[in-house]
Design a protein around this ligand. Structure first.
Ligand SMILES: Nc1nc2c(ncn2[C@@H]2O[C@H](COP(=O)(O)OP(=O)(O)OP(=O)(O)O)[C@@H](O)[C@H]2O)c(=O)[nH]1
Ligand SMILES: [Mg+2]
Length: 294
């Protein structure tokens, strides 16, 4: 029996549902998701193993007009991913179908001449009859090998996408050993879980001024408690005060939400020690960006 494998990249404008789709196919939450754009900041690989295949899915930051060095690093990592993968999936949402925003991605697709598919995501939000004009518009845009309407949220249409994706695998090795589900270390997934909660707790531009690092994950001898030290890095003192909140209320809410999810994920009790630190203007400073993982 021959073994098939390949890398498949999910690209698209911010907020189109790339990470939701990525998690849905993998059957577990590896990438964080929020209702706000520019949630994902790094390229993340997730491994789907079958008896005779291995599919490596690559989630990427949304491609947008970058306003600062942080956003430029996000867009660069997304577009660079196009070059690393064997097949490309453009994930667009059916509401507002952002043709213009997709232009720069399709420009890169054109250069690369790799198999490219289009996912029309969030079909749960429209009537089936409204799909046809979108499909026609998409066909004018680019010679996609296939166009798959689906809902990453409900799972409707996912089977069809999996079938299309498996056609893109070529005879090849198992790139990741059994049991490895991502190229990212545990500390990254923990930091991202904390960062995700920020999008739900603080408003306006604040999530975009924050980075999270994990400075320690310690397991006690019996293995029934994990101590995690997390740091939220912000750009200015004023932001620090808002993240802490009156009497520490805001950081406490972020910490509690993150702890609960981490306890479910790691299936153990967790003590999360969360603090806020000012890393002056880090979104604009190349050295600070690297230090914080971007
Ligand atoms: N109704 C509906 N909402 C969806 C669907 N897929 C994703 N969403 C929602 O769309 C929002 C954005 O989802 P994400 O998965 O974070 O989108 P993304 O493309 O990864 O976004 P960035 O990382 O910012 O580029 C979240 O609120 C999701 O719950 C879907 O099929 N239907
Ligand atoms: Mg994302």
């Amino acid at each position: 029996m021959s073994f098939h494998s390949g890398f498949i990249g999910f690209l698209g404008p911010p907020n189109s549902g790339k990470s939701t789709l990525f998690n849905r196919i993998l059957g577990r939450k590896l990438a964080i998701v929020s209702p706000r754009p520019q949630t994902t900041r790094n390229r993340i690989m997730g491994v789907l193993n079958g008896e005779d295949y291995q599919m490596v899915l690559v989630d990427t930051p949304g491609v947008h007009r970058a306003k600062n060095p942080l956003h430029r690093s996000m867009v660069d990592s997304a577009l660079a991913s196009c070059r690393e993968v064997d097949a490309l999936v453009l994930v667009a949402e059916v509401i507002g179908f952002p043709v213009e925003e997709m232009g720069s991605i399709l420009g890169v697709f054109r250069e690369l001449t790799k198999p490219a598919m289009l996912v029309l995501n969030k079909i749960d939000l429209i009537e089936p009859i409204d799909l046809l004009p979108l499909i026609e518009k998409a066909m004018d845009l680019y010679p996609f090998e296939s166009i798959v309407p689906l809902s990453a949220r409900t799972g409707d249409g996912i089977e069809g996408l999996l079938e299309e994706l498996s056609k893109r695998l070529a005879e090849g090795p198992r790139f990741f050993p059994d049991g490895i589900i991502s190229d990212q270390p545990e500390s990254f997934i923990v930091a991202e879980t904390i960062r995700e909660k920020i999008y739900f707790v603080v408003g306006e531009e604040l999530p975009y001024c924050a980075a999270v690092t994990v400075e320690g994950i310690e397991r006690d001898g019996k293995g029934d408690l994990i101590k995690i030290r997390g740091v939220i890095h912000v750009e200015r003192e004023g932001q620090k005060a808002i993240f802490i909140g009156k009497g520490g209320k805001t950081i406490k809410t972020i910490g509690t939400m993150a702890r609960k999810e981490l306890e479910r994920m790691m299936d153990t009790r967790i003590f999360l020690d969360l603090s806020v630190r000012v890393e002056k203007n880090w979104t604009r400073d190349a050295r600070a960006l690297r230090r914080l993982g971007y």
